[in-house]
Design a protein around this ligand. Structure first.
Ligand code: DQA
Length: 142
C-alpha cells in the first residue's frame, strides 16, 4: 500500500525553524523515520514537501486519481487555502491531518481554523514528530 506524506510551506526548515515549537528533528531526519515506520506498518511512504501551493494541489490530485491515503501537514495553508480544501474534498482513501504543534491551542487566532479537518478521518496535533508515526499507524489499521 502506497501512502503520501505531504508537508507544506516552511516545513523544509524543520529542526532550524522555531525549534522551541517544532523541535530539533530535521526534514532529512523525518524522511528516514518515515521510511522506517513505513516498513514497520507495511506501507510504501512517498514523502514530499513543497513551498508552492500548486505543487501541493498536484500531489493531492494524484492521490485522488490513484486512491492513495494521505498524511497531510498543510502548515499555514491549513488555515486559509480553499484550493487545499477543494483538493482534500476529492480524496477517496483516508486523509489524516497532522500538525507538529497544536494549532488549536496556540495564541494566534488564525491557527484555530482548518480547511483540512472537514475532510480528515483523523486529526493529530501537538504530538511532535511522533504524530506522523501515529498517522501511518492509523492508515495501516484501515
Ligand atoms: C503546523 C502548524 C501551523 O499553524 C503552522 O502554520 C505550520 C506548522 C504544525 O505542524 O504545527 O507551519 O502545521
Amino acid at each position: 500500500q502506497e501512502v503520501y506524506v505531504l508537508n507544506g510551506p516552511n516545513l523544509n526548515r524543520l529542526g532550524r525553524r522555531q525549534p522551541e515549537i517544532y523541535g530539533h528533528t530535521t526534514h532529512a531526519d523525518l524522511a528516514k523515520l518515515l521510511t522506517g515506520w513505513g516498513k514497520d506498518y507495511g506501507l510504501q511512504v512517498r514523502f514530499q514537501q513543497t513551498n508552492h501551493e500548486g505543487q501541493m494541489i498536484d500531489w493531492l490530485n494524484n492521490a485522488a486519481d490513484w486512491g492513495w491515503p494521505v498524511v497531510l501537514n498543510a502548515a499555514a495553508w491549513t488555515h486559509y487555502s480553499y484550493a487545499i480544501f477543494d483538493a482534500c474534498a476529492q480524496l477517496t482513501a483516508p486523509l489524516v491531518e497532522v500538525h507538529i504543534s497544536a494549532p488549536s491551542k496556540r495564541p494566534e487566532e488564525f491557527r484555530h481554523t482548518s480547511v483540512v479537518t472537514p475532510h480528515a478521518a483523523k486529526v493529530i496535533e501537538g504530538e511532535g514528530i511522533d504524530g506522523y508515526r501515529q498517522a501511518l499507524e492509523f492508515i495501516a489499521a484501515q
